[in-house]
Design a protein. Sequence first.
Length: 275
Amino acid sequence: MRLKKALLLGIPALLLASTSAFGAEPSFGWDVGVTDNAADGKKFLYYVYWMIAAIVVFVFVLMAFIMIRFREKANPKPSKTTHHVGLEIVWTIVPVLLLMTLVYPSFSTLFKQDIIKEADMTIKATGYTWHWQYEYVGMEDQIDEIISKPLSKEEAGEDKYLLATNAPLVVPSGTKIKVLVTSDRNLHSFSMDPFWVKVDAIPGKINQTWFEVYEGKEGTYYGQCAELCGINHYFMPIEVRVVTKDQFNSFVASGGDYASLPTGKNAVQTAALNK
């Protein structure tokens, strides 16, 4: 009787909770997609999220039904069934069909990330021990290479420590950026979650990826090395400052002087985009 009451109360509660969950948008580490790849990736995560939620509810209801329907009191003479061909076929085929529904959205998302469109700008990111170095390919005579190292806790503040750097990578919005990624010595990983970018940095090999931040989404975005690259792995943050095209042109004209970028109220806002 206690089990029956618990199940009768638990099932509506679970359904109510799942209904509330379906009405609320889950968060996956960032609030908005600031690139096409990030937007597509988030849609795919939503799809998987709702599928998992539906499976959890179905399994719970099925288990509750079995515990009530086939309890000892209701079945004084229990069934001696050992297998059921039809049921076994169903619970084999249905999971396969569910997995098949993931094939297209997952592969298409990966395909879009892998196909690098004709880029407007190329940047080479090299992982060292322990910092990142950025070079603007084809613009070496205008901007020197950027050696980006993390700020101390006193300089960065508690919330941006091991995220903020002394020299962020500066790129314009609305521009297709190709990133050539390599490493000087250790295995690293250039990972920028807000852009849906993650590519390994391997010594002696150049991998590549791309991103294009929407115009109107200018801001400072943070990433980190996603490879266990050694004792100071945590000391490899990635800071990307996305500015307007006019602001980037001013940055280039000044020879890469960060003082040419807006500050204070005129600076791009990003706190809400990088929780």
